[in-house]
Design a protein around this ligand. Sequence first.
Ligand code: GLN
Length: 248
Amino acid sequence: MSAGPSAVRLCHLYPEHMNIYADRGNIAVFRRRLEWRGLKLEVAEVGLGDSIPADCHLYYLGGGQDRDQALVAENLARKAGPLRQAAEDGAVVLGVCGGYQLLGHSYTASDGRRMPGTGLLDLETAAGNSRLIGDVVLDVTLMGQTSEVVGYENHAGRTHLGGGCTPLGRLRRGHGNNGDDGCEGAVAGRLVGTYVHGPLLPKNPWLADALLGWALDHAGGPAGLEPLDDSIEHAAHAVARTRAGRKR
Ligand code: GLN
């Protein structure tokens, strides 16, 4: 490994409100996968009363119920300037479910209430009159590498992408963005959004490393991540894939 900063700074947005289906587990995965390589994760938690730092390498916004999402949406839209700046400078942004929806232009809940998003991702979401629930399997291509992602989804929102981003992956199982077009999630540069909970990263270690690789690059840290023994993670991934297969 080349020399360079040994810590990734992560900004955890609204951990009190936007943390459903163990989304906090994604942070634990980032931390452990860095520590196993002799690197560190520093976490800045940002709540309703805090400003968003512009100097983090990785920003994380998890999922939440409509009630919690409504509590944070305007707050986030109002103070998203540093987040937008950091993203433009090359920071990584990961949004999961409700967090994914708030990376878009807006989310309209089932009661018609329209919550503003940050507009970082060119997409719109509106709740449908049923929930899209179940195990998900999709093929994701990032940086020329296609790999399988597994997880769980539970959302009312139907998300439609504009021309400024592309789907994160193609579904093999599950409903994904809207239950219609076979697509899941969105990506634009280093901005990634997905409906996959469960949490997302423990069963999909290659995706965790792709995001960490970008974050380390932005931090000016070591180029390339040493491979880890992911046999436990791969076993968990296989169980989730089998379960998803059985449900159809
Ligand atoms: N409130 C959103 C929806 O139901 C997000 C739910 C979630 O984060 N699980 O569509």
